[in-house]
Design a protein around this ligand. Structure first.
Ligand code: MG
Length: 311
């Protein structure tokens, strides 16, 4: 069986935008360096499979994340296919924005933290100082006509701090969106969130006028909750979902993390529920199998494994 039986599920949007993070969030957690040529091929295959929004790379210094040290090479090889309003790349600071603008990018993402400990580890500054870091980046990007997404990490729990109060997440989100960002992506970086928590957070954001029309969700499958949490968010009005083809990626701070929600698992669930994604599942699975061969290990995605073994 290559596709699910389609039975329309109530309460879901008619279509969902998949924000594919495999080439950036997925690969940046790979220890072995993947060649620029393989990354380019990966992005081209994702595009051919129907993914419309693809985060391509990151402009963090190569000393921070060696895997992303080839942003210029990857985007240079992609040409026009690597820019455009639906080809964002991660930008940490003004130097990163310079690099993105030199290549003609039209969309970027910044990455904030809901917690102080993670801000210190990932951004090298306390949480309260992240706004000063991102403010000049977002201001210039918006002045130059770019689309800007703000990621917030550790929205549902933090490996050092434990539970993260919803009000704290909303405060951070409000400050980052207040800089002028177009979209907010709520990250469950260690995968501990559950459906009620998702509902409460979306509700609290809505009370501060950050409606689900500007919110995306980014779940990790560490505790097997990524798809359930995503479906809960969709029922609450979210229509942009982050996913990583083949379930690539993990979190360096959660040892057993199985990584991001697999795009294939999401597409299977949405297709069955009658929700349009524009993605060709068979082509996507073929892409994951190809990428798994490049990386030398199988995909953790249930759907990839099931379809790889079926005819
Ligand atoms: Mg992730």
């Amino acid at each position: 069986m290559r596709t699910p039986q389609v039975e329309r599920a109530p309460g879901l949007p008619p279509e969902v935008t998949i924000y594919e993070v495999g080439p950036r969030d997925g690969l940046q957690n790979e220890q072995a360096i993947v060649s620029a040529a393989t990354k380019v091929e990966f992005i081209r295959r994702l595009e051919a499979a129907g993914l419309q929004t693809i985060e391509t790379t990151s402009f963090v210094p190569a000393t921070w994340v060696p895997q992303m040290g080839d942003a210029e090479e990857v985007l240079g090889a992609l040409g026009a296919a690597g820019t455009g309003p639906r080809r964002p790349a991660l930008v940490p600071n003004q130097r990163g924005l310079d690099r993105a603008e030199e290549l003609g990018l039209e969309a970027i993402a910044i990455f904030g933290s809901a917690t102080d400990t993670f801000a210190r580890k990932n951004l090298n500054r306390p949480s309260a100082e992240q706004y000063a870091m991102f403010e000049p980046v977002v201001t210039r990007a918006k002045a130059d006509g770019m689309w800007v997404r703000a990621y917030v990490s550790m929205c549902f729990g933090d490996p050092w701090e434990g539970p993260v109060p919803i009000d704290q997440v909303v405060d951070v989100a409000e400050r980052l969106m207040g800089l002028g960002c177009d979209e907010l992506s709520l990250g469950d970086t260690i995968g501990v969130g559950t459906t009620g928590h998702v509902h409460r957070l979306l509700e609290a954001l809505g009370r501060r006028r950050i409606g689900t029309d500007r919110v995306a969700v980014h779940f990790h499958d560490t505790y097997g909750q990524a798809l359930a949490n995503t479906m809960a968010a969709l029922r609450d009005g979210v229509s942009v979902v982050d996913a990583s083809t083949g379930g690539l990626g993990g979190c360096p701070y959660a040892k057993s993390a199985t990584g991001n929600l697999a795009t294939e698992d999401l597409v299977w669930a949405l297709t069955g529920a009658g929700v349009q994604t524009g993605v060709d599942l068979e082509q996507l699975v073929a892409t994951s199998l190809w990428m798994a061969a490049q990386l030398g290990r199988p995909s953790p995605s249930n759907v990839v494994r099931a379809l790889a073994g079926s005819d």
